[in-house]
Design a protein around this ligand. Structure first.
Ligand code: HEC
Ligand code: HEC
Length: 221
């Protein structure tokens, strides 16, 4: 017996039915919530590996190593994932030290680490330069309308606490680290900010403005 070819309209109807059934099957599966991370497991890795630079509780004491204590966990996970290079690719966030440090960990372990560091209390820095504090505060709170520089407070909050999950806490961070990140966003050596949000800010800033606002943020709570 010869097979007659299926009419295209029937073919389409069958495909639609199959898709419909597949959709229902998916809807019946319980939604998988993302793993939240176990701070006890995170603490273990933190104490043995990360502590050398970030201290066991994430309150780093050297300005080159950012403080992680009290940072939003989702932001920390994003940074760790972006430091980790996918197979034979450049990592999204390039830093020789961290690209190496994070290579051994999978996403669940990153969530453990983020749960630990995020739950610690930040011991913040302080502003050091009296001469620039007013200019720094003005930039932070109001930006600079004349050149279209938005206020940092709009995204990082009036006290620098950030807004989870996208906008990191920056208040109390080392001025030197903030300055280095702003310059990295400005020259695009750091380019992992969604929608170029930070690159569009930093490109409008002079060195003097970056210094002033960074010192102010170190003392911000
Ligand atoms: C040898 C020193 C060193 C060790 C050990 C180290 N880090 Fe880092 N970490 C750094 C430096 C330096 C930076 C800043 C990188 C930059 O300037 O972009 C950093 C940045 C980070 C950031 C980004 C913070 C931010 O505010 O964006 C995270 C997250 C982080 N480290 C997590 C970890 C974790 C987790 C471990 C342990 C598994 C670890 N680090 C071990 C030196 C270190
Ligand atoms: C339109 C929103 C927006 C504005 C305005 C903004 N930021 Fe950001 N900023 C972000 C986002 C989003 C990130 C996180 C980028 C990422 O995911 O890596 C960020 C990250 C940063 C970081 C890196 C933090 C870290 O731990 O590495 C610094 C420093 C920073 N911003 C400083 C500033 C300063 C100073 C200003 C004002 C001059 C400012 N930001 C204005 C959205 C903004």
């Amino acid at each position: 017996m010869k097979h007659s070819p299926m009419p295209p309209s029937l073919m389409t109807a069958l495909l639609m039915a199959a898709t419909f059934v597949a959709t229902i099957a998916n809807a019946n599966e319980p939604a998988k919530a993302p793993y939240r991370g176990d701070p006890v497991k995170g603490k273990e890795i933190a104490a043995t590996v990360c502590a050398a630079c970030h201290n066991p509780d994430g309150n780093s004491t050297q300005a080159a190593n950012p403080k992680l204590a009290g940072q939003h966990a989702e932001y920390l996970v994003k940074q760790m994932k972006e430091f980790k290079a996918a197979e034979s690719k450049q990592p999204v966030r390039v830093n020789a030290v961290m690209n190496g440090m994070i290579a051994a960990y999978n996403e669940d372990q990153m969530r453990d680490l983020a749960a630990w560091f995020g739950a610690q209390t930040l011991l913040g820095e302080k502003a050091r330069n009296r001469d620039t504090i007013e200019a720094g505060q003005k930039l932070y709170r109001a930006g600079n309308m004349a050149k279209g520089l938005p206020a940092c407070a709009a995204c990082h909050g009036p006290a620098g606490a950030g807004i989870p999950a996208q906008y990191p806490r920056i208040g109390g961070q080392f001025a030197e680290y903030i300055e280095a990140q702003l310059k990295a966003f400005r020259d695009e050596s750091r380019a992992n900010d969604p929608n170029k949000m930070m690159r569009m800010v930093a490109i409008k800033m002079t060195d003097a403005e970056i210094k002033a606002v960074s010192d102010y943020i170190a003392g911000l709570r």
